[in-house]
Design a protein around this ligand. Structure first.
Ligand code: HXC
Length: 514
C-alpha cells in the first residue's frame, strides 16, 4: 500500500471506531435530549484541543454473545485537551455502547487516563453515562470499579477531580463521583442512585420514579451529593469551565490570577445589614460587595443554604468564601451545613486557596433531630477542617458570633490569621435573651415587674458582653473595622499572608470525625 492508502485506511478505521453503538443508538441518545460522548468532550474543551487515546481498544467480553452486542470499542472515550489553555485529562462514557456499562477494557481506559492525570498533575474530568457494572463481565467489571476508586482516592487532594453525571450512574458506580471534588448534574438527564426504583419496589414495595430517587434536584437539594445544578448540558459545560478558571491544576501551585474587570464595581456594603439585629439580610450581598467585579461562584447553592460556600477573586486571586446565611435558619450550623463547609475548607486548603470567613450566626441548630442525626460529630468536622487548614485564613465577624459557633467559624483560637469585627458584632457565649434568663433568673422572678427586669438585664448583658470590644480587648479580634473598609482590610491581610508557613506535627494522617 502507498502511504496515501495507509492514511486512507487509518481514517476509515477511525470512522468505524467513532461510530460507537451505531446510528440507531446515537439517535436514541439524541431523542433523550443527550449529546454523544464525543460531543460532550469537545463542548467542554477548548476548540480543536481534544486528543483521543485508545480509540482502537476493543472489549474482551465473549460470554452471552457479547461479541455480537458490542461491535467496536468498549463504551468509553478518553483523552487530553485544554480549558482556558490549561491542560485537562478527560473521559466520557458512551451510553450507545451496551448502555455505557463498565467492562474490563472500559475500566482500563479510564484508569489509564486517571494515571496520566495524576502523573502529569492535571485535573481530571469524568463524564458518567452508564448502566453500571457490565453484568455479562462479572467480577472483571467489579474489579474495574475498585481500580477506579483507588485512583480517585490517591488523586484526592493532588489534582482537582470533577464528575459530570449525564445519564444514569447506577449501583456502586456512584462511588467514583462521590470520591471526587465536584459533581455536576443536569435536570431530567442525571440519575444517580445505589438502589433504583425497581429494587426499591421489590424490597420495600414502594413506588418511586427514577427522578424522585436520584434526579438532579434530589442530589442538589436533599442528599448533598451534587455541587452544581444546570438545566441543560450546555449550561453545565459553562459551569465546569468557570469552576476550572477558579482552581489550580494541582496542589503544588496557586490558581491562575485573573485581573478584575472593574474591582470597584461593588455594592454599598454599609447598606446591607439592617439596623435591627433581629432582621435577616443576604450574606451573599456582603460577599459580592467585597469580591472582584461583585462576582461570586457559589458551590452547593441549593443544599444546606444556611451556609454559603464558593469562590470569588480578590485582586485577581482566587479565594474560598465560607459564610453564614442569616436568611436561612438565621445562619445556624447544623449537620448538613457543617458537612458542606468542612469539605469545602479542606478542598481550599489542599489547593492553596486562601479562606475568607464571614460570620453571623446564633450557634448550632437546637433540637432532638439534630442531636440524633449527630450534630456533635458533624459540627466537629468544621472545627477539624479549620484547625487543620494552613492556607491564609481571615475572618470578619459581621454580627452574631455566639457560643461554639464563634469558635468554629475560624476564630483566632482555631488559628485564624486575622480576625476583624464590625462594630455591630456580638461575641458572647449565647444570645443576650437566653443569657439574661439563665444568669439573672432569680432577680427576674423576684422583681415587682419581671418583664421590665428581664429587659433591663438583657440590656446589661448586651452592654457588657454582646459587642466586639471585650474580644478586641483580649486580642481575640485584631481590629474593629468600619464596614466600608472590609475589602481593603481583606486585601491587605491576603497580601501579607502570601508566603504563610504554618507548622503542623508530622503524622501519617489525622482522624477527622468523618
Ligand atoms: C450490561 C447494560 C447494563 C449493565 C444497561 N445495559 N445496563 N448491559 N450491563 N449494567 C444495556 C441494556 O441491556 C441495553 O442493551 C442498553 O444497555 C441500553 O439500556 P436500556 O435499559 O435499553 O436503556 P434505558 O431504558 O435508558 O435504561 C437505562 C438504565 C437501565 C436505567 C441504566 O438499563 C438499567 O437499569 N440498567 C441496570 C442498572 C443497574 O442496576 N446497574 C447496577 C449494576 S450493579 P440493548 O442491547 O438492549 O440496547 C453495579 C455494581 C457495581 O453497578 C459495584 C461497584 C462497586
Amino acid at each position: 500500500m502507498s502511504l496515501k492508502q495507509f492514511i486512507q485506511d487509518l481514517r476509515e478505521r477511525k470512522e468505524i471506531a467513532k461510530s460507537g453503538g451505531g446510528e440507531k443508538a446515537m439517535l436514541k441518545q439524541k431523542a433523550m435530549g443527550k449529546l454523544t460522548a464525543r460531543q460532550r468532550i469537545t463542548s467542554i474543551l477548548d476548540e480543536d484541543s481534544f486528543q483521543e487515546y485508545d480509540m482502537f481498544v476493543e472489549h474482551v467480553a465473549r460470554d452471552f454473545d457479547m461479541e455480537k452486542k458490542i461491535l467496536h470499542g468498549d463504551g468509553v472515550i478518553i483523552g487530553t485537551g485544554t480549558i482556558h489553555g490549561a491542560p485537562i485529562c478527560i473521559y466520557a462514557q458512551d451510553f450507545t455502547v451496551a448502555g455505557g456499562s463498565l467492562g474490563l477494557m472500559h475500566s482500563r481506559k479510564i484508569c489509564k487516563i486517571m494515571d496520566h492525570a495524576l502523573k502529569m498533575r492535571v485535573p481530571l474530568i469524568g463524564i458518567n453515562d452508564s448502566g453500571g457494572a457490565r453484568i455479562q463481565e462479572g467480577v472483571n467489571s467489579l474489579a474495574g470499579y475498585g481500580e477506579i476508586f483507588f485512583r480517585n482516592t490517591m488523586a484526592s487532594g493532588v489534582i482537582p477531580q470533577i464528575s459530570v453525571i449525564l445519564g444514569p450512574c447506577a449501583g456502586g458506580a456512584v462511588y467514583s463521583p462521590a470520591l471526587t471534588d465536584f459533581v455536576f448534574v443536569v435536570e431530567n438527564i442525571s440519575k444517580m442512585f445505589i438502589t433504583g426504583p425497581s429494587v426499591i419496589k421489590t424490597v420495600l414495595g414502594e413506588d418511586y420514579t427514577m427522578e424522585e430517587v436520584g434526579g438532579a434536584k434530589v442530589h442538589c437539594e436533599i442528599s448533598g451529593n451534587a455541587h452544581f445544578y444546570a438545566e441543560s448540558e450546555e449550561e453545565c459545560f459553562e459551569q465546569i469551565k468557570k469552576l476550572v478558571s477558579y482552581i489550580p491544576r494541582n496542589n503544588q501551585i496557586v490558581a491562575k490570577k485573573i485581573e478584575a474587570k472593574n474591582p470597584l464595581a461593588k455594592m454599598k456594603i454599609e447598606n446591607i445589614v439592617p439596623d435591627s439585629p433581629k432582621l435577616p439580610y443576604d450574606m451573599g450581598d456582603i460577599i459580592r460587595s467585597v469580591a472582584d467585579d461583585s462576582d461570586f461562584f457559589e458551590v452547593m447553592r441549593d443544599f444546606a443554604a444556611n451556609i454559603i460556600i464558593g469562590f470569588g477573586r480578590m485582586n485577581g486571586e482566587t479565594c474560598g468564601f465560607v459564610a453564614n446565611q442569616p436568611l436561612v435558619l438565621a445562619g445556624v450550623l447544623d449537620c448538613d451545613s457543617s458537612d458542606k463547609a468542612a469539605r469545602f475548607i479542606r478542598f481550599c486548603d489542599s489547593f492553596n486557596i486562601p479562606l475568607i470567613t464571614l460570620e453571623d450566626m446564633p450557634g448550632y441548630l437546637p433540637g432532638i433531630d439534630q442531636e440524633h442525626m449527630g450534630v456533635i460529630r458533624h459540627g466537629a468536622k468544621v472545627l477539624y477542617a479549620y484547625c487543620e487548614a494552613t492556607v491564609p485564613k481571615i475572618t470578619v465577624i459581621i454580627r452574631k458570633a455566639y457560643g461554639g459557633g464563634y469558635i468554629a467559624m475560624n476564630s483566632r483560637h482555631v488559628r485564624a490569621d486575622f480576625v476583624f469585627a464590625w462594630p455591630t458584632a456580638e461575641i458572647a457565649v449565647m444570645g443576650p435573651e437566653g443569657a439574661a434568663n439563665i444568669v439573672f433568673k432569680k432577680e427576674i422572678e423576684n422583681a415587682e415587674d419581671p418583664e421590665a427586669m428581664r429587659q433591663k438585664k438583657i440590656q446589661e448583658y448586651k452592654d457588657k458582653f454582646a459587642n466586639p470590644y471585650v474580644a478586641a480587648a483580649k486580642g481575640y479580634v485584631d481590629e474593629v473595622i468600619e464596614p466600608a473598609d472590609t475589602r481593603s482590610r481583606l486585601l491587605h491581610a491576603l497580601a501579607v499572608s502570601r508566603d504563610k508557613f504554618a507548622y503542623r506535627p508530622e503524622k501519617k494522617h489525622g482522624i477527622p470525625p468523618f
